[in-house]
Design a protein around this ligand. Sequence first.
Ligand code: NAD
Length: 452
Amino acid sequence: MKALITAQRQTINSGITKNISFRISKLKQFKKLIRDNEAMLNEAIYKDFGKSEFDNYSNELALLYQDIDEAVKNIHGWSARKKVATNLANFPANSYIIPEPLGVALIIGAWNYPYQLSLAPAVAAIAAGCTVVLKPSELPANTSKVMASLINNNFNSEFFTVVEGGVEETTELLKQKFDKIFFTGSVPVGRIVYKAAAENLTPVTLELGGKSPAFITESCNMRISVKRLIWSKFLNAGQTCIAPDYVLVHSSVKKKFLETAVKEIEKATYSINNGNYVQIINNRNFERLINLIDDSKVYYGGKSDKDSRFIQPTIMADVTFADKIMEDEIFGPILPVIEYDDIDKVIDEVVSRPRPLSCYVYTNNKQIKEKVLSRISFGGGCVNDSIMHIANSNLPFGGVGNSGIGNYHGEAGFRAFTHYKSILDKSTLIEPDIKYYPHTKRKFWLIRKLMG
Ligand code: NAD
């Protein structure tokens, strides 16, 4: 690993990645590689957890194509020197900022959207002129293998390479000196990564998780709200970092919400045999999720099959904040519903917990919307929708507090892998004597005038 990183550092030091045409050609090559091998990528993800071609395209590959196209279109602007104003004390001079690649980047991916979460940060890193060591999650073994074979057979390892493996290999990687670490995964592993990065003073982006609430208020459009909420919760069988983790429903519309939610689930015909659903990633997560289902509170669903790692979309009603299911991020197809009467009190409960990655409020009431948006600190979210903010690359994507550090997508992704070098470029035409010794009363008077 040391030799690999030394070789990548030589690539950075050679200056080749500062060349914008080089970056664009690599991004285009990367897009073509994915496009030409869609069938292989589909097959691998289907083997791992039954994800359909439709879902693999719409929530993995299409987002990558968009990211690449956007980077190619904007890279000249993003990487251009930016002129800024010069203050009086430095007159006459030009001041500008030079965006430059941070250097050798380590990207560690999570399993739940294995292509998007590994490759979208790589697109951002390449656009910014970094070299990349990518460590995808080992849990979906087939997707990890297909990414490794495509990238390692088509890119020079001194520029972009995949290192496969689990805890042992990642631990070894984390001992090396990188110039940037971009991690997507759980809060406990995020802490491990942050500690390891501190040893080398390496800057990090941590894309973590948390319990993201969704408010169903008395003033929402119930039909459309439930349609959007149910789709986003059970997409990928709830194994989505920004999925609504739990619902806070106003008591006056609770019954209507539950009935509409069941209708919506049944309409979607979730089954791992028809491509409308996926399996739970592995047995460990299957067992963890089954243990969260409290039969006495199941309003709908609750069925499961261990052999096929299937858990039926499940709604638990009459849940309280004290229930076990409210302790940790669920990351699966179980939707707890908590009833509230007083929006302020329920917001107090939310803000007393770790800051979530997302928050969703379904309402047509402006006061309620503003209350939720202003009182709760969270990474990002939607009004009258869930998860779709991720699909707008103009919105920086990331967490706050326990849900993460930093953000990416679009220009934010470029910035995550860029250092902004500030330059004061001074003219030699004149040199006022004011700051130089010996100091005098008049100079001091002038300094106070100039510096305020
Ligand atoms: P994870 O933390 O278990 O694993 C993430 C990566 O870390 C994997 O590549 C894994 O190999 C590596 N890893 C695991 N244990 C390690 C250790 N002890 N030392 C070093 N490396 C280790 O997370 P996961 O199960 O893959 O993903 C689920 C979590 O990720 C959820 O909490 C979810 O919310 C979060 N997530 C966040 C985002 C986001 O964009 N913010 C996206 C997807 C998932």
